[in-house]
Design a protein around this ligand. Sequence first.
Ligand code: PGA
Length: 258
Amino acid sequence: MAAMFFGSNVKMHQTVGESVAYVDALATFAAQSDLQLFLILPFTSLDAVIDRAHASGIWIGAQNMHWAPDGEFTGEISASMLRAMGVDVVLLGHAERRHVFNEDDALIRRKVEAALANELRVLLCVGETADERSHGAGEHTVARQLKMSLHGVTDLTNVMIAYEPVWAIGAAGSAADPAVIAESAAAIRTLYDEPPLFYGGSVTATSARSYAGIAGIDGLFVGRAARSVPGFIDVAQAAYPALQRAQTAAARTPHERE
Ligand code: PGA
């Protein structure tokens, strides 16, 4: 049966102390939850929280990674460094990496390969801009991002996909109509049926249930609404019944993934 996921992309400037306090405050809920919880944290917080997070079943992820195993890349972090620390997941291709730091699909593909070779799970973010969508190229963009980033990857076991339309994420984003997201999720599922698929973009405790109930969606990836632990728990609890129903429905279809 497919697993149910719920995770948060924590802000860049969260300190080590704040991350430790967050993980500790989430521990009781995490230990009791059927959801696979994950937190994507700044590099500086990873080492301090990993053992505490694992004790309550939370996966810890990095927000980025360099593609090379070694070399002259001052200031960068390699896959093997993350793996040696016990990191479970690496976030690749987040909209901010693509649009603020100009990361393209070819570069993201090199990172995907390096992460998988080091037995890290990859959470690959894809999503079209408002401009691409308004010109009828949204689906094409997402398909291109997926095909190029996953080109040559034959074993998708450690790949997870987060669909995050750029126009729907962050403070400048506007919440998407779940019917629109359902169309995109269906299009992604025609290309890639196997990896767990998450939705992210201005998800709140109020909207979580409708996004989590979309066919083909296995989890949610939340930013601002999960910045506080009570916020995280509220959104996770709101999503849970819909994720559970989706999981039960998936188990009855030939597309059962586990
Ligand atoms: P948001 O962020 O939920 O605040 O829109 C999503 C993200 O950072 O990926």
